[in-house]
Design a binder for this molecule. Structure first.
Ligand SMILES: [Zn+2]
Length: 328
């Protein structure tokens, strides 16, 4: 392994996607440097994927990509337990949903590895930062829906009545395991943590057409292959206490843990695991051996696994999300 610098919080250049369902809130609310015109749907904060790989913008590793660091210093970045990872395993995004997204489902690792263009599976979770009154999330099928029911509804274009509807509040988290039918509705500002994957099967697009006037392609056979008809209805997560009074566990699954830190005095890192952190509300300051870092609203950082314990200060009503891999 090459000599690595003293571990420090890595900052990345965000990568924006201009899908039609987006808006301007990535810039106006979260302070992202989106271009001055157009609608912007997603900001990819921390990612290594064939579609895009994050580039470091601070410190001694500035200019290198996440892939560069992983391939040359997996221990330093990922921790001693997962040096064999073929890519950085998690992807953090912000989403500005101004229109309802397509109804979709993601495969698990096994199915995704057998696709013509193999990928990882995609289990994901959402943290609701803000919502318009009445905004909806579709999370799982209604109880008892069969493949035949779903095929008939798809043929009639009236899938919505088969979907479980949630009306989330700011601060809610929703967990969407691979195989769960889902859609984010209009009027939601969301942070999403997921496996680093683009494997998505679109089931229903609300009878809309794309920018070229044509319906976007659907993947109904693949979707029906991977749907778990028992996953759902899904409800919002009940926050669980942790050993730290300032920290609540929102999601724990085989692929990631999502914690919310809402009071100062928390300790991050120092556990031989990487931590992706982001500040959807307010601002935060990290003090670590070798320096300190201020994160403003909407900013994200990656703490390498080699990082020592880091003191966290939050300003006022700030919220910090901490995402990492579960213990091996
Ligand atoms: Zn999804």
């Amino acid at each position: 392994m090459p000599t690595m610098p003293q571990p420090y919080p890595l900052l990345f250049e965000p990568f924006f996607q201009d899908y039609l369902w987006g808006g301007r809130k990535l810039g106006t609310v979260l302070g992202k440097p989106i271009p001055p015109h157009g609608v912007w749907a997603e900001s990819w904060e921390v990612v290594e994927h064939p579609t895009h790989t994050s580039r470091i913008i601070n410190g001694p590793l500035a200019g290198k990509t996440l892939a560069d660091v992983r391939t040359t210093a997996a221990d330093w970045l990922l921790g001693s337990h997962c040096t064999a990872a073929a890519r950085f395993p998690l992807l953090l995004k912000y989403l500005d949903c101004q229109r309802v997204l397509s109804v979709q489902v993601h495969p698990d690792d096994d199915y995704a590895s057998r696709m013509p263009q193999p990928d990882q599976g995609k289990t994901e979770a959402w943290y609701i930062i803000d919502r318009e009154p009445g905004a909806r999330i579709y999370a799982g099928l209604q109880p008892g829906v069969s493949p035949e029911d779903l095929r008939a509804a798809l043929a009639n274009g009236d899938v919505e009545r088969l979907l479980h509807v949630l009306h989330p509040e700011p601060g809610d988290a929703v967990f969407i395991p691979a195989g769960t039918v889902h859609a984010l509705g209009a009027g939601l500002l969301v942070a999403e943590i997921q496996q680093s994957s683009n494997a998505t099967f679109r089931l229903f697009d609300w009878n809309r057409v794309g920018p070229d006037g044509q319906p976007r392609p659907l993947h109904i056979d693949q979707a029906l292959d991977v749907i778990d008809f028992h996953s759902g209805p899904r409800t919002v997560q009940t926050p669980q206490p942790t050993a730290s009074a300032s920290r609540q566990r929102l999601v724990q699954c085989q692929k990631f843990v999502l914690d919310r830190v809402i009071a100062p005095g928390d300790i991050l890192a120092g556990d031989d695991r990487f931590h992706i952190i982001t500040v959807p509300i307010g601002s935060a300051r990290l003090r670590y051996s070798g320096g300190e870092l201020e994160l403003s609203r909407g900013q994200s950082a990656l703490l390498p696994a080699a990082m020592e314990k880091t003191n966290l200060e939050l300003n006022g009503a700030a919220v910090l999300l901490d995402m990492f891999e579960p213990a091996p």
